[in-house]
Write a protein that binds this ligand. Structure first.
Ligand code: NI
Ligand code: MN
Length: 234
């Protein structure tokens, strides 16, 4: 897609997304691989993944963070408490940040933004406090601005994200039940002002019933709702 200026976005099922910049920076968001029923089975991630971004501590967003960081030599970027948690699980390199802050990762300025969702991490010892749920804005040098909402309800301050960062591409959960569904995602699209929407977090499990078709029927003219198969690049 020409408006992406050489940036490649690969949807890997659920909320897992690989972003590859024209300059060669590879960023994996919310790695959910081994137990993800929609992960493309024969897909091979790039050998080097420079950064793994985690939106929140739920298993369907961080399950493969530790092994993927080890295998691909990645630095994990997350809200402070979640970064400390994955460090305690064996990740050697982390960047802890917090809402409203921006970190420069090679040619990508990554800003952590609000989300409305819960966020504990579960392991064999129980539930752990790992900060709050977040989204990420990725402003790519000489490229587009991307927004990955993580898991969230729609909220009015998405307008602030639109006013501040003008994301051309918004990756939004649409499945419902644990996040917003298509009706709410259509309003989110208006608040953000984004013209390209990549639907996430649908169809993975039976309760996640929202579909890209339902979203496409509710957005304004001129908004493109992508319908990728897992493993497809936009
Ligand atoms: Ni969640
Ligand atoms: Mn989730």
């Amino acid at each position: 897609m020409s408006s992406l200026k050489g940036v490649r976005i690969t949807w890997l099922g659920h909320a897992t997304v690989l972003v590859q910049t024209a300059r060669g920076t590879n960023i994996l968001i919310d790695p959910f691989i081994a137990q993800n029923p929609k992960y493309p089975k024969d897909y091979a991630l790039p050998a080097k993944i420079h950064y793994i971004l985690l939106t929140h501590g739920h298993g369907d967003h961080i399950a493969d963070a530790v092994p993927a960081a080890e295998k691909h030599g990645s630095t994990v970027v997350a809200i402070y408490e979640l970064a400390a948690y994955v460090e305690s699980k064996g990740v050697g390199s982390t960047v802890g940040m917090n809402l409203g802050g921006t970190v420069q990762l090679e040619d990508v300025a990554v800003t952590m933004v609000d989300a409305k969702h819960s966020a504990a991490a579960q392991d064999e010892h129980g539930a752990h406090y790992v900060g709050v749920a977040a989204g990420f804005v990725l402003a790519i040098s000489d490229g587009p601005v991307l927004y990955h909402a993580g898991d969230t309800a729609v909220f009015g301050d998405m307008k602030l994200i639109g006013d501040l960062y003008h994301p051309e591409v918004a990756m939004l959960p649409i499945g419902g039940h644990f996040t917003m569904g298509p009706k709410e995602a259509a309003l989110a699209t208006r608040l953000l002002g984004s013209k390209i929407i990549l639907p996430l977090h649908y169809g993975t499990f039976p309760p996640l019933k929202g579909t890209p078709e339902e979203l496409a029927a509710q957005v304004e003219a001129g908004v493109q709702v992508m319908r990728l198969e897992p493993g497809e690049i936009m």
